[in-house]
Design a protein around this ligand. Structure first.
Ligand code: SAH
Ligand code: SF4
Length: 353
């Protein structure tokens, strides 16, 4: 590895340009790019239509980094949680959720999260390092390779570990590479409301969809569970969302983690409706995934209360989905992702733990 140049996490054009000076015939560069950016090759050895000597030479100059699969945990509902090990021993999680030939991949952007929402297991872990483009795209490559050929269409959601808009330097190149393969309208970036990041996203030429983790209907309560609200107040967040350029037919998703007795009253539903009035939106209600260890005081409302909340939102004219998190039985559900670096790190990195 060392100073070898990484090829994963780049667009086909970028790969071809990097490789071009080192191939004998011009079309070889496109061949290599196709192997990596379209056919998911995990190494030069797979590129069987390249001369052996060229493969060996390229392997001396470039790397095609693959995360190590530390654990794959199937869930009762058919979703699969992956624990992937990165080169420095850090572990991150991603989840594949399948519905027939359609799949949604939930990807991580950081190995932890510094935002510190009080209802989130990743937040309880604290800050983790930013994932590099190869490590973000690597999650997609791993999940796709394992699910092909059963899956024909893939959606990507950045709802795994971390706050994607605190890692825009790596998210940008990763998105460029991913959106060559998955249409931007099937890619969603979810944020706790990092305003500079939302402005960055708004400025992209090819934009993925935006999801805002709203989680409370007013500044005061949002601040209680999402401390980032002090830094980026709700009013400013809503202004940034209203200014966000939306392609025809697109909507902003508002995620709303429903917490018993905290934000689940009928009046709260009415307040949400007022807050997002006029914005092409859908509301994704997520009944809290409880965690007795990290936030014992927070409970999921009863199913009837969840239904009533959704109905109240619908009656106010909103489009609503309820996400009874899938994969809860293996703790792969949203907000429960954690990389257990200590438990699964390769032997070489375990010293000192
Ligand atoms: N950091 C980004 C993306 C990752 S979190 C963000 O906050 O949007 C993805 C989603 O999981 C967020 O909408 C968050 O509100 C939700 N979530 C976090 N903890 C949860 C929990 N315990 N139960 C249900 N949803 C949770
Ligand atoms: Fe970070 Fe999102 Fe969890 Fe908040 S909900 S701590 S922003 S991962």
């Amino acid at each position: 590895m060392g100073h070898h140049l990484e090829l994963v996490g780049r667009t086909a054009a970028e790969i071809a340009a990097l490789v071009a000076p080192h191939v004998d015939r011009p079309f070889r560069a496109r061949q290599v790019a196709g192997w990596i950016a379209e056919r998911n090759a995990a190494g030069f050895a797979e590129m069987t239509d390249l001369p052996l000597a060229l493969r060996a030479d390229l392997a001396e100059r470039f790397t095609i980094t693959e995360p190590a699969t530390l654990q794959v945990v199937p869930s009762l509902d058919g979703s699969m949680k992956y624990l992937l090990g990165l080169a420095d021993g850090v572990a991150v999680e991603c989840v594949a959720m399948r519905e027939g030939a359609k799949a949604t991949f939930c990807l991580s952007s950081q190995a932890g999260c510094a935002v510190g929402c009080t209802f989130c297991v990743t937040g309880a872990l604290g800050a983790g390092r930013n994932l590099r483009p190869a490590e973000i795209v690597g999650q997609y490559r791993r999940l796709l390779r394992d699910l092909e050929p059963d899956v024909e269409r893939v959606n990507l959601v950045f709802m795994g570990m971390g706050e994607p808009l605190l890692n825009t330097a790596n998210l940008g190149p990763a998105l460029a590479a991913l959106m060559e393969r998955v249409s931007p309208k099937r890619v969603t970036v979810s944020t706790a409301g990092i305003l500079p990041g939302i402005r960055w996203l708004a400025g992209l030429e090819r934009r993925p969809k935006l999801a805002i983790s709203l989680n409370a209907p007013d500044q005061e309560r949002r601040q209680q569970i999402m401390p980032i609200t002090r830094r980026y107040p709700l009013a400013d967040l809503m202004a940034a969302v209203r200014a966000f350029p939306l392609e025809r037919g697109r909507r902003i998703t508002f995620e709303y983690v429903l917490i018993r007795g905290f934000n689940d009253a009928a009046a709260d539903a009415a307040a949400i409706a007022r807050l997002i009035r006029g914005i092409p939106a859908k509301v994704n209600v997520i009944p809290l995934n409880e965690d007795a260890e990290h936030f014992p005081g927070l409970r999921r409302p009863e199913a009837e209360a969840v239904d009533l909340f959704a109905v109240t939102l619908r009656d106010a004219g909103l489009t609503v989905t309820v996400r009874w998190s899938r994969g809860a039985d293996v703790a792969a559900a949203c907000g429960q992702l954690r990389g257990r670096a200590g438990g699964f790190a390769p032997a070489s990195t375990q010293s000192g733990r």
